[in-house]
Design a protein around this ligand. Structure first.
Ligand code: ZN
Ligand code: CA
Length: 347
């Protein structure tokens, strides 16, 4: 009896955090007519080096604690750039059984250098709100007049909202095919970035790594259980989600060895460390088709405007085609002293 009680305690503890709301959110949007299932992304793409995309973090806060510092956001960006380029230090923890299928996605994330109006930006917005917390079903964090922040053009920016989520939910993302005004990722402020004070065991920035997997079209590895409907043969079927930090190997679905350390399972941040080759192909397939405009709006590979001018061999003026939120065209003129001017095109 005593032993039974201990087991119960651990089960309830493991499930006290809601690791990911993306599947439920997809169902919610589908019911509202705000999600259209997409064709599977073409996975037979030929890689052309690094894929760079601009990110904007929208910090929405009701108190100082929720107004997380820039350093926390930078640490999250570092985690994403490591995890999506197989440069995470714990990549060495990939078991030898899975080394052959471990994937390097090759996506690089950088803070947006311009806002949708072409104004130079830090890629971080900060907004005070009267809302004490936000619910996944309400979408208020994505709507300015509801106490949140409207997204920057979701075709051109990866929007990540950071706010206080209701209950124990860590984060959720849209899958490709969601309404453009809702497209992006939401992470609870306590689980963004690497912080020793963040609630263990979700304090190493892996919530965002996981959610971005959904943003780029990945299903959970346990999706449909042993039926293995995640679209990848190199992620072994697994009956259900995995919590905690299980020893290797674990078995599931007729003695198949489980890949509990996959970013698209639910283990502790410190116990997930890999995407697979198939998952990498799905994500790049999604990025280069359904989310391709993100790639046209990035200056990740340049340290600053002058570096950009130099590398592009431009001396005085360059034109960058941009669009404001009303889809009106404008040029941004960048001068060799680094100053930027925006000029509208009258169409
Ligand atoms: Zn998930
Ligand atoms: Ca699979």
């Amino acid at each position: 009896m005593y032993r039974f009680l201990i087991v119960l305690f651990f089960i309830s503890f493991s499930y006290s955090q809601n690791r990911c709301g993306s599947d439920e959110y997809r169902d919610l949007l589908t019911k509202k007519g705000l999600f259209v299932t997409q064709e599977k992304a073409n996975q037979n793409i030929i890689r052309t080096g690094q894929y760079n995309i601009p990110v904007v973090f929208h910090v929405i806060y009701n108190n100082d604690q929720q107004n997380i510092p820039d350093s926390q956001i930078f640490s999250q960006l570092d985690v994403l750039n490591q995890d999506y380029n197989a440069q995470n230090t714990d990549f060495v923890n990939v078991p030898s059984e899975f080394e052959d299928v471990a994937g390097d996605v090759g996506i690089h994330f950088c803070l947006a250098e311009f806002d949708p109006n072409g104004i130079p930006s830090t890629g971080i917005t900060r907004t005070q709100t009267d809302e004490v917390s936000f619910s996944m079903s309400g979408d208020k964090m994505k709507v300015s007049i509801e106490g949140g922040v409207d997204p920057w053009d979701t075709e051109r920016y990866l929007n990540i909202w950071v706010c206080n989520l209701n209950g124990s939910l860590l984060g959720f993302s849209t899958y490709p095919g969601a309404d453009p005004l809702l497209d992006g990722v939401v992470i609870d402020y306590e689980y963004l970035g690497v912080l020793i004070n963040s609630p263990f065991p979700y304090n190493l920035g892996r919530t965002a790594t996981h959610e971005l997997g959904h943003f780029f079209g990945l299903e959970h590895t346990f999706y449909a259980g042993c039926s293995d409907w995640d679209g990848c043969d190199d992620t072994p079927p697994i009956a259900t989600s995995t919590f905690g930090c299980p020893d290797f190997p674990q078995e599931s679905c007729n003695s198949v060895i489980s890949m509990t350390m996959n970013f698209m399972d639910y283990t502790n941040d410190a116990c997930m460390c890999m995407f697979t080759l198939c998952q990498a192909d799905i994500m790049l397939g999604t990025l280069t088709t359904q989310r391709a405009i993100l790639l046209e709006n990035s200056f990740c590979e340049y340290n600053n405007i002058n570096d950009f001018l130099h590398q592009k061999n431009l001396v005085k003026i360059i034109d960058l085609l941009g669009r404001d939120t009303n889809k009106k065209g404008f040029n941004i003129e960048i001068y060799d002293d680094g100053s930027v001017e925006k000029k509208y095109i009258i169409e």
